[in-house]
Ligand binder design. Structure first.
Ligand SMILES: Cc1cc2nc3c(=O)[nH]c(=O)nc-3n(C[C@H](O)[C@H](O)[C@H](O)COP(=O)(O)O)c2cc1C
Length: 354
């Protein structure tokens, strides 16, 4: 079904917006073809392609694709998926007329915003200073398994199924670059209004871990005693928790930071804002756990800071606006964890209401 005014079907649009790269074909007046891989964004019946600052040596007006478009605006763009299972092969080919949008026009600004939204790498590049290629789509041809559901299991599900909580670690250092990638994954979690209402504190030194264990231990001891636990059990549990903190090569404390959230006069919406922030902290934690597992690291989650946030802030000398919520331990598992929780079957968790 072609959707007006677009020249694309819904299936073609859905396929294209998931693609990160396409091939742009242009030709000069003599018909000599030229094809380059491009990043692109689609809006309605236009495709936008940035001219980035990489080819500094060549001004953008000297780029072959730009010269071709100025001589001959007829272009083609193809996005495709290759898979060894040939039932999954797909492509969409778009044809149209290209033009160059000059900087500082309304459509140029909107196109730059769109491209930066799709590719975060463009945020650090001065693409706003260069023209943007706009292709006005005229025709689309597609072939293959555009909306084929029989895709291989996405790699992220492998990671989700493989991740597990680890509570004992080898005394093996976590390289800085891996830790940075784990934090990068957390940084990209969804958050209310995109405000990222969380901050992370990383602890590596034995001395600081000791201080933290001491501070949280005090609180836990008081709670266990209040629950009427016997002295021996209290000591055993505290020692177990202390060892967990000291033996993990890296601790990442996840804190809420509520200062940038919307403020409301009514309690209901204030509560809603805070709940959203907590939900989003959970998403950041899960991003970190999955990234860690994907990077060959293991991780565990400790809720203890939630029950003594001020003591944790004090022990680590943190800003008082931070509210500690969870501690992630990171390292390499000292063997497979003894127990792995199974999961409830999906039909206990989901109802479908058409
Ligand atoms: C909010 C939250 C708090 C948790 N707190 C702790 C904790 O304090 N100590 C602990 O050993 N595990 C903690 N966990 C880990 C869970 O016990 C674990 O995720 C669950 O048993 C499932 O096992 P798996 O992670 O290996 O799949 C916590 C998990 C969540 C989501």
């Amino acid at each position: 079904m072609k959707t007006s005014p677009s020249v694309l079907t819904q299936e073609e649009t859905a396929f294209l917006v998931r693609q990160r790269v396409a091939r742009l074909a242009t030709a000069d007046v003599a018909g000599e073809p030229h094809a380059v891989p491009v990043c692109f964004a689609l809006a309605g019946a236009s495709v936008y392609i940035a001219l980035d600052e990489k080819p500094k040596r060549v001004p953008v007006s000297g780029l072959k694709r730009v010269r071709n478009i100025l001589e001959n605006p007829e272009v083609a763009l193809v996005a495709d998926r290759y898979a060894e299972d040939w039932d999954l092969l797909t492509f969409v080919m778009l044809r149209g007329r290209a033009e160059l949008l000059e900087a500082d026009t309304g459509e140029h600004l909107a196109a730059v915003r769109l491209l930066r939204g799709k590719y975060h790498q463009y945020e650090a590049m001065r693409i706003q200073e260069n023209p943007v290629i706009a292709i006005r789509l005229e025709r689309a041809v597609s072939w293959g398994a555009l909306d084929q559901p029989k895709l291989p299991e996405p790699p992220v599900l492998d990671t989700i199924h493989g991740r597990r909580s680890v509570r004992r670690y080898l005394p093996k250092e976590v390289p800085d670059d891996l830790l940075e990638q784990v934090l990068e994954a957390a940084r990209w979690a969804p958050s209310p209004h995109g405000r990222q209402p969380w901050r992370f504190a990383v602890v590596r030194s034995g001395e600081t871990k000791e201080r933290l264990a001491e501070a949280m231990g005090e609180e836990w001891r008081a709670n266990l005693e209040m629950d009427g636990q016997g002295a021996e059990i209290v000591e055993k549990r505290l020692e177990g928790s202390r060892r967990r903190l000291l033996d993990a090569p890296v601790l990442v404390l996840l804190c809420l930071y509520l200062e940038d959230l919307d403020e409301y006069l009514d309690a209901g919406r204030r509560r809603g804002e805070t709940t959203m922030a907590v939900q989003s902290l959970g998403a950041a934690a899960q991003n970190a756990l999955l990234a860690a597992y994907d990077l060959g690291l293991d991780a565990g989650w400790m809720c203890a800071p939630l029950f003594c946030p001020e003591k944790v802030v004090e022990a680590l000398g943190l800003d008082h606006e931070l509210v500690p919520h969870a501690l992630l331990t990171l390292g390499y598992a000292d063997g497979d964890p003894p127990k792995r929780r199974s999961r409830r079957p999906i039909d206990e968790l989901v109802v479908y209401r058409d």
